[in-house]
Design a protein around this ligand. Sequence first.
Ligand SMILES: [Zn+2]
Length: 68
Amino acid sequence: MHTDDNLQRRGCSLVSICTLCKAHLETSEHLYLSCPFVIPIWQWLSSVFPIQFNLSSIADILKACNFH
Ligand SMILES: [Zn+2]
């Protein structure tokens, strides 16, 4: 994903800010786990599907989607 932290790791010099909340650095973890704009989306998904999402890490979210 083209987040600011990934672009910086590849040598791009830029100032990082989340384009949604404009209050935090734009990292994958922030965008998927802690941005105030994404939390309601996870809550909505939990209400629609019988899944309890663990927002500790992206890997934990993916584990919740493993229905095997
Ligand atoms: Zn944010």
